[in-house]
Design a protein around this ligand. Structure first.
Ligand SMILES: Cc1cc2nc3c(=O)[nH]c(=O)nc-3n(C[C@H](O)[C@H](O)[C@H](O)COP(=O)(O)OP(=O)(O)OC[C@H]3O[C@@H](n4cnc5c(N)ncnc54)[C@H](O)[C@@H]3O)c2cc1C
Length: 448
């Protein structure tokens, strides 16, 4: 089986030492940090992105590559619509083929309950002028021919897109660098530099950077980073396994999912396969700490997540991962340059079987590679995009809850505007940090 394209063995593409001073430091070189840096650089800010491993080494390369407006929380739709437009623009600004294609996303419904949920979500699509619509049994079979199962129908959004994540995010990093952003790989941020209650920079494994503004876009590591500074964030991460097939006959150019299997065509002629609603949580201290906040989600979807007693060594919520460390000591971030969970191979075999069973005429489904990612999630399945009251100078963009790739450019633009104090153009109330502490009842984002 092929190995995953970005690993600790990958050459360091961005290796210059970081500056001693800049306007904004961005912690994390995933899609959120990179897009934030892009828009800050375009606005003339001296911005430095610090990535402990490799650009897009974690979730931002490991995802399914769906650029999906469909099924989103209503408060995300305006941002993801912007993101769709930005993806098209960005694809023209790089010589790299990022595999961007507008070929739709389809949610296949097996039950009347799913049909009802999808139909109910359409009201949000209408409000935001999206082209989402319901398909009948016959229309679904016409859209995706050759399926062995006759579905009740489907929710379909023709304007949704796909791209190849491990190519796309490094390509956007290139655009950000050309716009003036400084990118530094293999450089962990150990802590914020705080003076008189205000963020004045960061402490990295290479030294200090003075900066009046810092953006934390640390994906699955954000809660651990914030805890050291006394800021609570009920973020957990769950393992999600993905497989890529060898090239197969074309069945559908877009992304489609039913509750058992999700698939999308890849630029290399194969399919990316995953088990849509299946995640695995490695229980650690944060899981216990955050449990009360997740009760609503657990009641809502009691069987979606399988529990494991403990996380592998060095994972953000492993029992042995330090919660406190000195600025001049090696931090958990540099001990784990790239969070690279092993895929669940039983699931991988099941995916190959289920895909073959759904498309009986497709021929043998051979898996070319398999990998996993740790999805950072929040109790209400929507992110935190906010300035942190307790630490002036700190902005957080994290907890994208399994759907941050597609919305990345839109969120980057929003975060850049937040940092600069400009009009954001969207209502961010839903994404505020204080919602977990001000008594707001938990409202779970749509699980459609
Ligand atoms: C299997 C899977 C499938 C998915 N499918 C989709 C999909 O189809 N569509 C979609 O929209 N989304 C999808 N997602 C979700 C999407 O990938 C994520 O929401 C998105 O990539 C999050 O981006 P990010 O920049 O916040 O985090 P990440 O990509 O995880 O980046 C965070 C970066 O911060 C770095 N970092 C952390 N702490 C420090 C520190 N102290 N110093 C320096 N660097 C640090 C990390 O090394 C990491 O590279 C999927 C995710 C997974 C795992």
């Amino acid at each position: 089986m092929n190995s995953f394209p970005i690993s600790e063995q990958s050459p360091i593409a961005w290796s210059e030492p970081h500056p001693a001073e800049c306007d904004v430091v961005v912690i994390g070189g995933g899609v959120i940090g990179i897009c934030t840096a892009l828009f800050l650089a375009r606005a003339g800010k001296r911005v430095t992105v610090l990535e402990k491993g490799r650009i897009a080494g974690e979730q931002s390369s490991r995802n399914w590559g769906w650029i999906r407006q469909q099924g989103r929380d209503p408060d995300e739709i305006g941002i993801v619509k912007d993101a769709n437009r930005l993806w098209r623009e960005l694809a023209t600004e790089t010589n790299v083929d990022i595999g961007l294609k507008t070929c739709g996303v389809t949610y296949l419904a097996r039950t009347d309950k799913e049909m009802a949920e999808y139909t109910a979500w359409l009201q949000h699509a209408k409000t935001y002028g999206l082209d989402s619509r319901m398909l009948s049994t016959a229309e679904t079979a016409d859209l995706i021919p050759g399926m062995s199962h006759s579905y009740k129908g489907a929710l379909y959004t023709a304007s949704d897109m796909r791209a190849e994540p491990w190519v796309a995010v490094p390509a956007i990093a290139g655009i950000a660098a050309r716009a003036g952003a400084t990118l530094v790989e293999n450089c962990a941020v150990r802590a914020l530099d705080v003076a008189a209650g205000r963020v004045v920079g960061v402490v990295t494994e290479q030294g200090r950077i003075k900066a009046p503004e810092v953006v934390l876009a640390g994906g699955a590591w954000s809660a651990l980073f914030l805890r050291r500074h006394g800021v609570a964030l009920p973020q957990l991460s769950v393992r999600a396994t993905v497989a890529a097939t060898q090239p197969l006959p074309a069945v559908y150019p877009g992304g489609a999912a039913d509750p058992r299997i999700a698939f999308r065509a890849r630029s290399d002629g194969g399919y990316t396969l995953a088990a849509g609603g299946y995640h695995e949580l490695f229980v650690g201290p944060d899981a216990f700490r955050s449990l009360p906040k997740y009760l609503t989600q657990l009641r809502h979807e009691p069987f979606g997540t399988r529990l494991h007693a403990k996380a592998p060594r060095g994972f953000p919520d492993a029992w042995g991962t330090p919660r406190h460390w000195a600025e001049d000591a090696v931090s958990p971030f540099e001990r784990m340059r790239i969070l690279d969970p092993k895929p669940n191979m039983r699931k991988v075999r099941g995916l190959a079987h289920d895909f073959g069973a759904l498309f009986p005429d497709i021929g043998p489904v051979r898996i070319k590679s398999a990998w996993a990612g740790m999805i950072d999630t929040m109790p209400d399945v929507v992110p935190v995009v906010d300035r942190i009251d307790a630490l002036p100078g700190l902005t957080v963009g994290t907890g994208m809850s399994g759907h941050g790739f597609g919305i990345g450019p839109g969120m980057g633009k929003v975060l850049a505007a937040l940092v600069m104090g400009d009009a954001v153009g969207h209502d961010l109330t839903r994404f505020r940090h204080r919602r977990f502490s001000d008594g707001t009842p938990m409202r779970i984002g749509p699980s459609v």
